[in-house]
Design a protein around this ligand. Structure first.
Ligand code: GDP
Ligand code: IMO
Ligand code: MG
Length: 426
């Protein structure tokens, strides 16, 4: 038995989907453990592009069990749409290869409505994906949420939904646009129920009879979007750290196994919040253009900047990372010089970590170290021998600064373009 847990070490979009898809060849079970359809994971297989949001990236391989665990918030309509779109492209999805935690919480149209209202009116906004993620997790924590298993009983569903709406109604009494009605939501949930319930199972029981299974836990977002460890309040509403893989699945924490931190060779962020190494200039524009940095979910332009070693070293400690998968180094191929952020200055004092205080974050001046670029193509490389010497130096410097070894190097969006230094499923 061995397992690997994949998490993002920055602010999401590090290339987790590609790496999970690559690793899933060796896995028996692939478990998505948090977040919802705010995630967007792009996979390229033999020139064909697939965009996944809720389904584990392993769903595209045959004879694997894909699991959505209880820490994921599920929008039934979004899930069914994703299943339909993949099935139309010939991907097999049935209760034989997909299990959904019966105790997972649901995202309802009222959550999307609240997300939008909070972004527009109530708080000034943090740049969410408007998918209802925050309000759905809030209802879960307050024990108001509806869960997958509730779909099996119409009258229970009606009672729970009525009290959930009663709770929120005062918030919308003076709202210009009307919130979705009880009846609208019930009808839509009842329609989804017959298609979703066949997948519903107790996820914790799956592992009982599969002691030797290789499990791949797939995280969404990244450590700096974690509810506690991220740049609060500019974070998502779930825990993005590896321990959540165990909590969400109902499995012993030791089975989290090898923690692989997916790390982009530069930095991006979608939505608002601090970003010390941001390049709001032509360098950022160039990184965005070469890296095609547009959000998979919302198509928003991602903010771009240089690699921030402070940020990733911090993630390594918080998440107990065993090795990183470095992605998108090919995007830097044409740069004559490449900067790395190696520390922060706040009011003239040097900091080696990102403090949680928003008022200190606002005063950070990044300290950069400049390295010469390699100005040669690394795209599609599949062995160290194919990498220019200067590109290897860049990898080594990153390892030194973040104090983590590189286990994998991704060299293009294509599934097989990977250099293996140490296989996480050793
Ligand atoms: P995720 O949310 O972490 O799964 O990442 P996204 O899929 O949102 O964004 C990563 C983007 O980079 C996707 O379009 C991938 O196809 C692409 N990608 C992944 N690895 C590489 C790589 O090594 N090089 C390049 N050029 N693109 C990559
Ligand atoms: P993947 O899995 C990048 C960001 C949003 C916003 C904040 C809160 O593709 O890496 P939310 O809708 O979750 O309440 O938004 O979190 N965000 C992501 N940014 N990649 C993601 O997922 C993200 N999921 C949420 O942009 O700033
Ligand atoms: Mg993404």
């Amino acid at each position: 038995m061995s397992s690997v847990t994949v998490i993002g070490t920055q602010w999401g979009d590090e290339g987790k989907g590609k790496v999970v898809d690559w690793l899933s060849e060796r896995a028996d079970i692939i478990v998505r453990f948090q977040g919802g359809h705010n995630a967007g994971h792009t996979l390229v297989i033999d020139g064909e592009t697939y965009k996944l949001s809720l389904l584990p990236s392993g769903i595209l391989r045959k004879n694997k069990l894909a699991v959505i665990a209880s820490g994921v918030v599920i929008d039934p309509q979004a899930l069914l749409k994703e299943i339909d779109e993949l099935q139309e492209r010939g991907v097999e999805i049935s209760p034989d290869n997909l299990v959904i935690a019966e105790n997972a919480s649901l995202i309802l149209p009222i959550h999307r409505y609240m997300d939008k209202r909070q972004e527009q009116v109530l708080r000034g906004g943090i740049g969410t994906t408007l998918r209802g993620i925050g309000p759905a997790y809030a209802d879960r924590a307050a024990r108001r949420a509806l869960r997958v298993c509730d779909l099996a009983d119409k009258s229970y569903l009606r009672t729970r939904l009525t009290s959930l709406l009663d709770h929120h109604a005062p918030l919308f009494s003076d709202s210009p646009d009307k919130p979705p009605s009880l009846q609208e939501m019930l009808t839509s949930l009842e329609e989804s129920a017959s298609r979703i319930l066949p997948f519903a199972q107790p996820v914790w029981r799956l592992f009982e009879g599969r002691r030797h299974a290789q499990i791949l836990f797939e995280g969404a977002q990244g450590v700096h979007l974690d509810l506690d460890h991220g740049t609060f309040p500019y974070v998502t509403s779930s825990r993005t750290v590896p321990a959540e893989a165990a909590c969400s699945s109902g499995i012993a924490t030791r089975r989290v196994g090898f923690v692989l931190g997916i790390t982009k060779a530069y930095t991006t962020r979608v939505g608002l919040g601090p970003f010390p190494s941001e390049q709001d200039n032509e360098i950022g524009e160039r990184l965005g253009k070469l890296g095609n940095e547009f959000g998979t979910v919302t198509n928003r332009k991602r903010r771009c900047g240089w690699f921030d070693a402070v940020l990733v070293r911090q993630s390594g400690i918080i998440a107990g990372i065993d090795g990183i998968a470095l992605t998108k180094m090919d995007v830097l191929d044409s740069f004559a010089e490449i900067d790395i952020c190696v520390g922060y200055l706040i009011d003239g004092e040097r900091w080696t970590h990102l403090p949680p205080h928003p008022f200190l974050q606002a005063r950070i001046e990044p300290i950069f170290e400049t390295m010469p670029g390699w100005r040669a193509s690394t795209r599609g490389a599949r062995s160290w021998a194919d990498l220019p010497a200067q590109a290897i130096k860049y990898v080594r410097r990153i390892e030194e600064l973040i104090r983590q070894p590189v286990s994998l190097l991704s060299t293009s969006p294509e599934r097989e373009d990977v250099i293996v230094v140490r296989d996480p499923f050793f």
